[in-house]
Each structure stands twice: as C-alpha cells, then as structure tokens.
Design a binder for this molecule. Structure first.
Ligand code: PBG
Length: 323
C-alpha cells in the first residue's frame, strides 16, 4: 500500500496540523434573552443553563462572557403578554425596555458587537412574525413595521440588524430605511434560508412567542427544499444583506454548504434552541458526552461552510477552552 490515510492520524500533533476545519470563539455569536425588571434571572426549563435576564444582571453576564472571549451577542426580548398587540407597537416605542437595554449595553461595553432580532413575533398578540389579517400573514403591510423596528434599534446603537421574519422584500426596505435615517454603517445579517422547523420550541418557550393560531409555513421555508434557498439568498444579497444565515443548522448542513459555494457573502448558521436542548437531554441521561457532542456539532457546521454560528453553546465552548 502506497497510500495509508491512517499515517496522517497517527498522533495529535499531525492530526491537528492537517485538520481542515477549525472552530474558535471568533466564530460564535451568543443568543441572550432579556426581560423587563430588576434582579431577574429566570430559568427556562427547556433551555438548561440559559436564562431570561433583567438588564442589571445581563450586564454582569455579558462581562463574564467578555472575559471568556465572547464578543458577539444576539439579544431577544421576552415581552409581557399585556404589552403585545396586533401591530407590535412596542417594538419601535422609544420607551421599549429592549431598546433601552441595547443602549445600556453599548454604553457599558463599546467593544461588544450586538445583534438584534427583527420580526413581529415577540411583540405580536398573534404570535406571528408578520401582520395577521383575516387569518393570513400579510407581506407588504408588515414591511413598514419591520423598517420602523430596525431604525429604532439602529438609533439605540445596535451593530447588526437580524431580520428573522421571512417576509419578501424586507432586506431592501430595511436597508433603505436605515440609510435614509443616517445608519448606513448598521449591518444586516439576514435570516435567508429559515425553515419552518420543529426545533424552535424551547426558544418560543423562552419568549412565550408561539403562534396563537396556525403555523409559520406560509413564510418560513419548506424543510424539503434546497434550490429555493438559492432564490432567497440571491434576493437577500441583491437587496443588501451583509451576511446570509441558514436556520436551523444541523438538519440543513447541505444548505449551508450550497450557499457557501454559490455566494461570496459570508454565511452564518443558527444552531437553534431545539438542537441545544437535545444534547442537554441526552447528556442528562448519560447517553452522550456533552462537551464532545457540542464540539462535534459546532465543528460540523463550520465544515459545512458557516463563517459564524449563533449558538447557545457559546459560553460552554468558551469555558471548555479555559478548563
Ligand atoms: C423569531 C425567531 C425564532 C427564532 C429566532 N428568531 C422563532 C420562530 O421563528 O418561531 C428561533 C431560535 C431558536 O430556536 O433558537 N422570528
């Protein structure tokens, strides 16, 4: 045998030298949940070790993460039910605790890169990402709300706008609203290929944001489709997205790969709540090794082609580098 692939695996130094994909803290974005109030650290049963924080305690959590080397965060608001309405009015109200928190975080830690979520669902009494009219999620009437929400977040100091709503044409509308308001430096990471997935359950528990009726299949993508992701990506890139995202990550590694091969725009992937919860559940039963499974999952997402990964594992991964 002239060729013996095992020679390149014979010890750790050689294996490390020829390793094709790498994973570092610079690749990770940590999703965090905000709740109004003070001294709040609320457990989310379906998302072990992830909490709903009030801003005072969240600042301490961010400081701890910064010390571990995490620099990019994606912040989501858990809104009280009585503050929700059909048109998500609170989302662009200057008194919104979420906008105030963005401002506070950026003031306290100017080095933090902060990403937002743009969609109606956390603020919507219907629990949908768009405006609901006669049982339908209406596209074009949703767009101005998304634009107002984005400008309000930019005004508060957000670095990256994350439209997760899957309405058609939203990247263009958001880009031009940001530019008109003087925020041409504010980035857009678009949820480009966001699938109607069963893996968002724990996130919806965290925000109490599940749809009140129906499902999200008229706007989120059919899990069977791949070519359609190319159409979505082409539109988002043409409309001005700085980064394009695939979500969830693990069932869609082929889609991550496809977008990476076809677009020069950086590709990110959202390793979603259900994917994180599964690993915890199995590890709690002693069925898998938590750290090994975490590393394998994150590395597989990098191998598929993702530049950045949004993941609830971010802090545990950072901690594993220190231990
Ligand atoms: C809201 C949004 C969702 C997630 C991110 N933004 C849920 C949904 O679309 O229902 C899911 C994230 C996760 O599961 O970790 N538009």
């Amino acid at each position: 045998m002239n060729i013996r692939p095992r020679r390149n695996r014979k010890n750790a130094a050689i294996r490390d030298m020829v390793q094709e994909s790498r994973l570092g803290l610079e690749n990770l974005i940590f999703p965090i949940f905000l709740k109004d109030g003070e001294n709040v650290k609320e457990e989310i049963p379906s998302l072990p070790n992830i909490y709903r924080w009030s801003i005072d305690l969240l600042l301490k959590e961010i400081e701890e993460c910064l010390k571990l080397g995490i620099r990019v965060f994606d912040i989501f608001p858990a809104v009280e039910e009585h503050l929700k309405d059909k048109t998500a009015t609170l989302s662009y109200d200057p008194a919104n605790f979420y906008l105030k928190a963005i401002q506070k975080i950026k003031e306290t830690f100017p080095e933090v890169v902060l990403m937002s979520d743009v969609a109606l669902d956390p603020y919507s009494s219907d629990g949908h990402d768009g405006l609901v009219r006669d049982g339908k999620i209406v596209n074009d009437e949703t767009l101005p709300i998304l634009a107002k929400m984005s400008v309000a977040q930019a005004q508060a100091g957000i670095d990256i706008i994350g439209p997760s709503d899957m309405m058609d044409g939203r990247v263009e509308v958001i880009r031009s609203a940001l530019d008109d308001a003087g925020y041409s430096d504010t980035s857009i990471m678009s949820y480009t290929a966001k699938y109607a997935s069963a893996f968002y359950g724990p996130f919806r528990d965290a925000l109490n944001s599940a749809p009140k009726s129906g499902d999200k299949k008229t706007y989120q993508m059919n899990t069977a489709n791949k070519g359609e992701a190319l159409i979505e990506a082409q539109l988002d890139v043409e409309e001005g997205a700085d980064m394009i995202m695939v979500k969830p990550a693990l069932c869609y590694l082929d889609v991550i790969h496809l977008l990476k091969e076809n677009f020069a725009t950086p590709v990110t992937a959202y390793n979603v709540s259900g994917e994180y919860a599964m690993v915890h559940a199995a590890a709690q039963k002693g069925w898998i090794d938590y750290n090994a499974a975490m590393n394998e999952m994150l590395l597989s997402i990098r191998r598929a082609g993702a530049d950045g990964i949004l993941t609830y594992f971010a802090k545990d991964f950072a901690q594993s580098l220190v231990d």
